[in-house]
Design a protein around this ligand. Structure first.
Ligand SMILES: [Zn+2]
Length: 327
């Protein structure tokens, strides 16, 4: 597999260099899985602005429907044949009151109202993932093959609540992400293994090789950076139990690394397609950031209206940093 990119050079008379002609180099990279464009800008790394979230954490705690004093009264219940709610350890699963899809569950990860990005424990995530597996085991994968375990962590990442939680979707219809990959899989059924093998040859973005999964920084990131963990074989998510420990270990490493970069929000998705053995279950984790000094959104017209991602950060530099950080 060729990792496709186009280099674009733009010359300007640069006011920061006494108006001498200066070259900017941008890369248009194409995601090997989806084919979507990600623009890697040749700018120097800016610091991300970590916001003081003390006020929203304290205010939201007073009326939080996921905290122990209100969860019984304010969370919905499933209808038969599902159980009303599911639980595992301290995690609890119930319907999304404002669903995105046919089966859209919410899982509270812990009783604690706020958990800092680097304070999640293995047990917390283990409870949450096992609770998700328990719920998904009661969903018919024939009718709802597009199954994902997702997370918006903190309002800046799209969460309406501070209390840490996952969102599960089991759908009869694919999201655009699935559609893009499934269309590429019809051309190359070995797409995922080809991508992993190509990354192994380049050896610039690999952050972990396990027996069952490969971990890398995305060649064409969907966010400022983008960590991908790919399972080497096709399974249904309700059989995910034995892979949980490895996945949680990597998730925790990435969250620690994000904290070291002053990043305090992220999105995460673990994707699977039950009825296509070529679509390997994989996870993507992206930071959600703003740019100082005005907390400028990282989502601009390019992502919003052109469907292209952009990043200021070279994926290869992120991979080197993560490898240095975790070894
Ligand atoms: Zn709460």
């Amino acid at each position: 597999m060729q990792l496709k990119k186009e280099i674009k050079k733009i010359t300007i008379k640069d006011p920061f260099q006494q108006f001498t002609e200066t070259e900017r180099v941008n890369e248009m990279r194409y995601c090997p899985l989806t084919g979507r464009v990600s623009r890697v800008l040749g700018l120097s790394l800016k610091e991300f602005a970590s916001a003081d979230q003390t006020h929203i954490i304290e205010e939201s705690k007073k009326t939080c429907p996921f905290c122990p004093q209100l969860i019984d009264a304010l969370t919905p219940k499933f209808i038969p044949p599902l159980k009303e709610q599911y639980s595992w350890g301290n995690a609890r699963c119930f319907p999304n009151a404002f669903p995105y899809d046919e089966n859209n569950a919410v899982i509270t990860i812990t009783d604690q109202h706020y958990v800092a990005i680097d304070m999640f424990t293995h047990d917390m995530l283990s409870d949450a993932f096992h609770c998700a597996i328990k719920f998904l085991s009661d969903i018919d994968p024939v009718h709802y093959p597009y199954q994902s375990i997702n997370c918006n962590y903190m309002p800046a990442a799209g969460s309406s609540l501070v209390h840490p939680h996952l969102q599960i979707i089991a759908s009869s219809t694919p999201s655009s992400y699935y559609t893009d990959i499934l269309s590429n899989i019809t051309i190359n059924p070995n797409l995922f293994h080809d991508y992993i093998n190509t990354e192994k040859i380049h050896n610039e973005r690999i952050i972990g090789l396990e027996g069952d999964s490969s971990w890398l920084v995305a060649f064409a990131p969907m966010g400022q950076f983008d960590i991908i963990g790919i399972l080497h074989n096709h399974i249904l998510l309700n059989d995910f139990d034995r892979y949980c420990n490895t996945f949680i270990t990597y998730i925790l490493k990435i969250l620690q690394y994000m904290a070291s970069k002053q990043i305090d929000s992220f999105n995460m998705a673990l994707y699977s397609v039950a009825n296509n053995v070529s679509f390997l279950p994989h996870i993507r984790i992206c930071p959600r950031t703003t740019f100082p000094p005005y907390a400028t959104s990282e989502i601009n017209y390019l992502q919003m209206l052109h469907n292209d991602s952009f990043t200021l950060l070279k994926p290869e530099i992120i991979a080197a940093e993560i490898n240095a950080y975790t070894t």
